[in-house]
Design a protein around this ligand. Sequence first.
Ligand code: SF4
Length: 67
Amino acid sequence: MPECNLEQNKADCTCTYTSCGKRGLCCECLRSHWSAGELPGCLFPKDVEKTYDRSVEKFIATYQKRR
Ligand code: SF4
């Protein structure tokens, strides 16, 4: 099983909620958001990410407009 790249993940994370305990733990981040019908912040463009609306609906609406 590969090692977790925690420090590199933290360095690369684009989520602006920097005090989140799941920061860099991408598997936990994804599991947590997905169980709430959401997606991780890193999948949203900067201007949308900062609204903290991580819903699947927002994701679809965002990328439908930008294509
Ligand atoms: S996307 Fe959510 S779980 Fe992931 S680091 Fe940001 S606030 Fe935490």
